[in-house]
Write a protein that binds this ligand. Structure first.
Ligand code: FEO
Length: 397
């Protein structure tokens, strides 16, 4: 359990969680994750930047022991969420002279979430610097990535930006700087989609604040580091700012095959009109992949049978998640089947109020779809095809 050098005087002392399969009891982690903590060793003082999930405290402590560092002067808490702060109480026990540095909001969180004593915490202002001798920690308040209290830590002499959750990925690997850049970007896009997308407006504004920094390494608190920062900075700008793409997401559940037939017909009809489609059967679907598709999709179509007058709960769940993620989709449609009536379309549209999209006329079918119902789906595909005509293709971003 040795520390690993990531930049001059900066060492990775984190933990790889190969086996974790769920985050927040919600987000699937098919590739595990890591909790990255960094040791910054100045000529006079030493700081630990972020800690690890409480389940991995011993791994962090072992790496710190191996580093030979006897005394920590500072523990920087870029973010209060427990996967990065959970080990701090134990660190403070072992290093009674260490002071926690964080934003004022983060201090309040650390006191609430971990019962850290306030006298061990020092608030730092946006732009404030703390000297470690020949290294400096400069703090950049960066709220809403994805909590309100977050900051980034810049070490100018080492040209490394310790960016906490921002630019992270849930990827367990022994490679700090993976050779497979496209695979890393896919993991980072999934992470962006699941965690950062709802906050893309505020992230976009704050990204401009990094423009003046001569960054050689971006080191987030999950997943690998970026030795070519432009890769992830450009990717984020694309995901945040670019127009939605010529992509329709069709997410469906079917109980007695009516809705499945409608979904399949729509996939074909849209495809014939030049619209790229990603289809998700919500029974067993990977919501991470659904979130990734929502980064690009111009149209979201939810297809549901009717259960006791409303949408199928799995479709309602997808609508709820989509609403939380606030994708930049421009068009929304509800299709599905019913036996004796219901308010499924109104219910689902009502759940999607945060998605600022044009709602297209629903196609609701009594029982198995007939020829006239498939014609209505063709008309919906015509409408979507016309609206997508000028949109850029999804590409490989
Ligand atoms: Fe990785 Fe928001 O904690």
């Amino acid at each position: 359990m040795e520390p690993r050098k990531v930049a001059q005087a900066v060492y990775w002392v984190g933990a790889v969680d190969w086996d974790r399969r769920l985050f927040d009891e919600l987000i699937p982690l098919p590739d595990g994750t890591s909790y990255n903590a960094y040791l910054v060793r100045g000529s006079e003082k030493t700081a630990l930047v972020d800690a690890v999930d409480p389940t991995m405290t011993e791994v962090l402590l072992e790496r710190l022991r191996s580093s030979g560092v006897k005394t920590l002067d500072y523990v920087v808490a870029n973010h209060a969420e427990q996967d990065h702060s959970g080990a701090i109480p134990r660190i403070l026990e072992l290093h009674p002279g260490a002071t926690v540095l964080c934003t004022p909001k983060c201090k309040a969180f650390l006191m609430d979430l971990l019962h850290l004593p306030p006298e061990r915490i020092r608030e730092v202002a946006d732009g404030e610097s703390v000297s470690l001798g020949d290294r400096t920690l400069r703090f950049i308040h960066f709220p809403w990535v994805h909590w309100p209290e977050t900051m980034l830590t810049w070490v100018p002499e080492s040209k490394i930006l310790l960016s906490c959750d921002l630019f992270g990925s849930h990827l367990a690997t022994t490679e700090l700087f993976p050779a497979d850049g496209p695979a890393l970007l896919r993991a980072a896009k999934r992470y962006y989609a699941e965690i950062m997308m709802p906050f893309r407006g505020v992230i976009e504004k704050n990204l401009a604040r990094l423009d003046g920094l001569d960054i050689a390494v971006i080191a987030p608190s999950h997943g690998p580091m970026f030795g070519q920062p432009r890769l992830i900075l450009d990717a984020y700008r694309n995901w945040i700012s670019s127009a939605p793409r010529n992509l329709a997401v069709v997410a469906y559940v079917s109980m007695h095959d009516s809705t499945r037939r409608m979904a399949m017909h729509l996939v074909e009809a849209l495809s014939q009109r030049g619209v790229r489609v990603q289809l998700f059967n919500l029974i067993g679907a990977d919501v991470g992949k659904l979130a990734m598709a929502l980064v690009d999709a111009a149209t979201v179509i939810l297809a549901s049978p009717t259960v006791l007058m409303g949408a199928h709960p799995k479709v309602a769940e997808a609508a709820y998640l989509t609403n939380l993620l606030k994708p930049k989709a421009r068009f929304l449609a509800i299709v599905g089947s019913f036996g004796w009536g219901g308010k499924m379309a109104e219910q689902l549209v009502g759940m999607l109020g945060s998605v600022k999209a044009e709602v297209l006329p629903p196609v609701l079918v009594k029982g198995l779809p007939k020829a006239s119902d498939f014609a209505a789906l063709d008309k919906l595909a015509d409408d979507i095809g016309a609206r997508h005509a000028a949109l850029p293709e999804p590409g490989n971003r």
